[in-house]
Unconditional design. Structure first.
Length: 394
């Protein structure tokens, strides 16, 4: 009889332990941290996995176990000290977890992934949005189902990409963003102006965005290789482009060309556009052409390159670099913002194995209607498109 009672007692303790452990297992959203009189809303997800691993925002940060003797969750992490040590469980239900660590009390809410996905499926702000600020920083944010968030930040001198997650709260008309973006993380009130303007009003800041329609963006892949081009017949370049005299006599009347330059960010499907201006200085007596490349960003204009053609240079691709090798594909009439032009289409390989496709305007030597350039940079494919917007004559 005594042995039976001991077995029953042990089983009862085991069930209680496993029951508490089962309640801990799962994804928890940290909503509030109280430190004495101060209240913070950090918002991040902590996942206590059934195998004893611990993750936050999809990254493994350590391990955990529940200690029934002193009602603590013991966490071990070498990555972040905030995830290391024991926390005292003050409240634990199927929906709520409250723990204390030193002088901080942390409040978690259990995430119901089924409910989150259902709520997200009814969100009206799915798609791509463009955020701007006074520092000339641009951020493209893409909301995808079930809860995927992609943020591409574009700034002077570079860009960055990060991923995260989001949750829509339809009853509150709010959204929770978890992506370490610094500008929209946490909980924000969601206000939409019709279907094209999005306002996120948070506790400490507000952000406004406009919807970007990416459905019309066309990406023409350049799949040819060096061997494809090298082993083909080159074809004939228009005589006007060979002749320095013809190029000088045409460009002497051109003040500058304006191009729209689009850089593709494939993760959000957006072409980030900037303005490129080519200014010409033509000396007819010396038969010399100088072309200045000006990058325009907002109120700033920066010259980053100069190209020269004279009697000592014989580049019929001027003002672009001649490709080695190249092949003539066909003649094609295309329409760009500057007008409709009869072009010779050329494919070639540039420096660092850059693949290039030119639409060379046949009777306007020195002027391209369109260019596509793509190359691998740091393990990723870069894709740029230039289209002629305007020809300004002197």
């Amino acid at each position: 009889m005594k042995k039976i009672l001991i077995v029953i007692l042990v089983l009862g303790l085991s069930v209680n332990l496993f029951g508490q452990t089962d309640k801990v297992v799962g994804e928890w959203l940290l909503t509030t941290v109280k430190v004495e009189e101060n209240v913070y809303e950090p918002y991040y997800i902590l996942n206590f996995k059934v195998d004893g691993k611990m993750e936050t925002m999809g990254m493994e940060v350590g391990s955990w176990k529940y200690n029934k003797d002193d009602h603590t969750i013991v966490m071990e992490s070498t990555i972040d000290k905030d995830f290391n040590g024991a926390v005292v469980v003050q409240k634990l239900t199927k929906k709520e977890l409250v723990v204390k660590k030193e002088n901080a009390v942390l409040f978690y809410t259990k995430i119901d992934s089924v409910k989150v996905r259902h709520a997200n499926s009814n969100a009206v702000f799915l798609g791509v949005w463009k955020f701007e600020n006074e520092m000339n920083e641009i951020r493209y944010v893409k909301f995808e189902l079930p809860d995927v968030l992609t943020v591409v930040s574009v700034f002077d001198g570079g860009n960055s990409k990060m991923n995260g997650t989001w949750m829509y709260l339809p009853k509150e008309k709010s959204i929770i963003v978890l992506a370490f973006t610094r500008f929209m993380d946490g909980k924000s009130k969601l206000i939409m102006d019709e279907d094209s303007v999005l306002n996120l009003v948070g506790k400490d800041q507000s952000n406004k965005a406009i919807r970007i329609d990416v459905s019309g963006n066309v990406v023409e892949p350049l799949n040819f290789t060096y061997e494809d081009v090298e082993n083909s017949e080159e074809g004939e370049i228009p005589a006007e482009w060979y002749s320095l005299y013809s190029m000088v006599n045409y460009l002497k009347d051109v003040d500058h060309l304006t191009y729209r330059q689009g850089f593709l960010y494939p993760t959000v499907g957006v072409f980030h556009n900037s303005t490129l201006v080519l200014e010409y200085d033509v000396n007819t007596d010396e038969e010399r052409i100088s072309t200045y490349y000006l990058q325009v960003n907002g109120d700033d204009t920066l010259q980053y390159k100069e190209s020269v053609r004279d009697n000592y240079s014989h580049n019929m691709f001027y003002p672009e670099e001649r490709t080695y090798p190249f092949r003539v594909v066909k003649e094609e009439t295309i329409t760009v913002p500057a007008g409709t032009f009869n072009c010779l289409v050329i494919e070639g390989i540039g420096y660092f194995e850059e693949r290039i496709k030119y639409w060379m305007i046949i009777d306007q030597p020195g002027v391209y209607a369109r260019m596509i350039k793509t190359k691998e940079e740091f393990g990723k494919d870069e894709y740029r498109v230039q289209e002629l917007m305007k020809i300004d004559l002197k």
